[in-house]
Every structure is written in C-alpha cells, then in structure tokens.
Design a binder for this molecule. Structure first.
Ligand code: KIV
Ligand code: ZN
Length: 386
C-alpha cells in the first residue's frame, strides 16, 4: 500500500545494546508480546551470534510472536547468517537482517576491506540468507557518510541478489534532515531496481534530529522506519517510535501516510520498558513523558479546562492515558483552583475562593506543587465551616 509506513521496532536489539538497558529472556519476551499488541510490523529481536543467550531469546520470541515479522541481525559472515536463520526459524514471518559498513572510514579502519570486497561480501550474504528465508534485509552501515555512488551500486547488487528490504542507516546521527531526505530521494532515482525492494531508514540521535531525519526520509520515499520505544539506543539513542507514529497520525493531512500502530498501546509499552529496565524517561519527553499532557500555567489551565485543544494537539486517550493532568502549583490561577475544589465537592463564593487562593500561592511558593491532601488541609484550616 502506497501510503503505508512499516514500523520496524529495534528496541530489543539496537535499544538493548545501550548501557543500562540489557534485558533477560523473560523480560524481552514480555516486551515482544507488548510490541505485537502495539502492532509493530517488524520486531527486531536480537543479534543471535552475539551470545548463546541472545540466540535462545530470539528463538523464544520467534516461537511466540504470531502476527509481527521477527527479524534477527547478523553480519555478512556465513556463521552469523546461519545462526540468525536458526533463531528465527520458528517464526511465522521470519526476516534475516544482514549488514556491512559502506563508508570509507569504516571499511578502512574496521573492516580492512576495499569497496569490491565489501560489495562481494554483501551480495554473498544476501544470497546465502535467501537460502533460509524469503525475507532478507540488507543494511549499509554508516550509509549517510558513504559515497552515494557506492551506495547505488551496492543496493542495486543486493536487490539483484534477492534482498527485499534495503536500509540506509545514519549510524552515527550525523546527517541533517534535508541532507538525509535528499540521500533517500537520490537512492530512489539512482537504484534502477529499487521498485523491487522496500526502502528503509534507521536514524540515530547524536545531534537530536533522528525523528526529523526519519520524517524527511518519509517525505522523500522511505517506506519503512526503524525506531525504538522511548528512543532508547546506542549513545544518544535511536529515532523514537512514539514520536514518529504520533507525528504521522497527528499531521496526517501534511504527511499523507499511515501506520498500523495501535496508538493507545504507546504509553503502556513505554511504561513496560521503563519498568523492565528501571530507566525513567525525561519528564518533558514528547508523547510519553510525565509532563507531555500536564498543565501548570494559569492561562494554559484556563484554556485546557474550557477546551483541551487550546493547548493539546492530540488527545491523551489516543496514546493510552486516561486524561490530561492539571498540576496545581505557583503558576496556577483561580480558575483551575476553583475547578479542582469543585471536583473535591466544594462550592465557594468569590471571597472564599480569594482567601484560599492567597494561602494556596504562598504554599505553592514553598512546595512547588500542591497535592490533593494539602489542598484539603488548606480548605479546612481556612474555611472550617465548609
Ligand atoms: O546503526 C546502524 O547502522 C545499525 C545497523 C546494524 C542497522 O544499527
Ligand atoms: Zn543502529
């Protein structure tokens, strides 16, 4: 489908690779089942050659996941590919994801191979992987710092060899959005057999533009986005799934695409990841942060209490919350305070409200935010007859 963007979740592979985020087999399985509830099109479950544990986990996930595709990562080496193939073998929809670096700096200092050798290795890997699995993805690691002419050649060759998905990683988060978008457009224009493959992108967040890069890529013809829950991943992380999905959903008229993601499963998935890893997301994180649907400033609270769309561009329910949060603090006004008191069963006259409001702001200066219990105590102390 032309307008459909496939969501490839790599929380369990690229996400888990970052310090402090490792998960055991049971935790990974729990998260994989939740990713399936979220309806991620592809779940990258791990890197089976990395360890016996990773192999077993990918295999276990492959036995349990029924609707999403399960992908396993491997280098272009035969042993890696065979291990990945064995790990995803039980999955109803398996994928082998093989990669090799294509930038001059990686080829010289890491692989110690020239372009011909890298191309040969990539083609050989895709051919070998196709013996085990119909769906093979090829990634050109560090693509955004690679010579575009070499990328066109290698992508053409791997598609001829049977790759169904070609992926263009911005491995070190170096590309600027318009630059990355142009690279995607040029790959579409210069890879003659591109229509036989799905064009995928994979962005890292070292300069904080992974989501912007993914969106520019969509505008220029990318069909699959690789991303992670809460944006976890190597160094500064990967593009965040929830931000991409909600940008597509919220600005549908301008982006013109859709995903299969069940958006009200976003917050439950984010919370499960937080619970498993013990790593909180920053309060101001878009979509899933504690403050993403919280309002403290009086003017904002007044607007939101009259019509949430004054300061909310999507509903909290659409991402799986039960509602927004009106936080009572020193920036709050009489309007929000009165609403809260009404909710607690108090109908106050103007003077009574003013009396409470003065005490409330003094307390808020001290306490930063006022809890329900503190507010109740304030009312019974100030207006004992109520
Ligand atoms: O960032 C990267 O290049 C990767 C590849 C292995 C896809 O994670
Ligand atoms: Zn990556």
């Amino acid at each position: 489908m032309e307008n459909q963007i496939s969501i490839f979740d790599t929380t369990l592979r690229d996400g888990e690779q970052s310090p402090g985020f490792s998960m055991n087999q049971d935790e990974k399985l729990r998260l994989a089942l939740q990713l399936e509830r979220l309806q991620a099109d592809v779940i990258e479950a791990g890197f089976p050659i990395a360890s016996e544990g990773d192999f077993k986990t990918v295999r276990k996930i492959s036995e349990h996941i029924k609707r999403s595709t399960v992908a396993a990562l491997c280098r272009t080496r035969k042993k890696d590919i065979e291990r990945a193939a064995e790990a995803v073998e039980p999955a109803p929809k398996p994928r082998i994801h093989t990669f090799i670096a294509t930038s001059d700096i990686h080829m010289k200092y890491k692989l110690k191979k020239n372009r011909e050798e890298v191309l040969e290795s990539a083609v050989g890997a895709v051919e070998h992987a196709r013996k085990y699995c119909d769906e093979v993805e090829f990634s050109a690691e560090d693509a955004s710092r690679s010579d575009p002419e070499f990328l066109y050649d290698i992508f053409t060759a791997v598609i001829d060899a049977g790759a169904k998905i070609i992926n263009v990683p911005d491995t070190v988060g170096y590309a600027m959005p318009w630059e990355y978008g142009e690279l995607i457009r040029k790959i579409r224009e210069n890879v003659p057999n591109i229509d036989q493959a799905i064009l995928s992108v994979h962005c890292h967040n070292d300069l904080g533009v992974a989501v912007a890069n993914s969106l520019f890529a969509i505008k220029n013809g990318a069909q699959q986005i690789e991303c992670t829950i809460n944006g976890i991943g190597e160094r500064a992380g990967n593009a965040s799934l929830e931000e991409i999905v909600m940008a597509i959903a919220t600005r549908k008229n301008i982006i013109g695409k859709e995903t299969n993601i069940v958006t009200d499963q976003i917050v439950p998935t984010s919370k499960l990841l937080t619970e498993i890893t013990g790593n909180q997301v920053q309060p101001n994180k878009a979509i899933v942060g504690e403050n993403a649907f919280a309002h403290e400033a009086g003017i904002h609270q007044h607007g939101v209490l009259n019509n949430p769309m004054t300061y909310e561009i999507m509903t909290p329910e659409s991402v799986g919350l039960t509602g927004n949060k009106i936080v009572l603090g020193k920036h709050s006004g009489r309007f929000a305070l009165n609403k809260k008191l009404q909710k607690l069963g108090y109908t106050l006259g103007k003077d009574e409200l003013n009396q409470i409001y003065v005490k409330f702001t003094n307390l808020a200066d001290e306490k930063k935010t006022i809890k329900e219990q503190e507010l109740l105590a304030l009312v019974s102390e100030t207006l004992p007859h109520k």
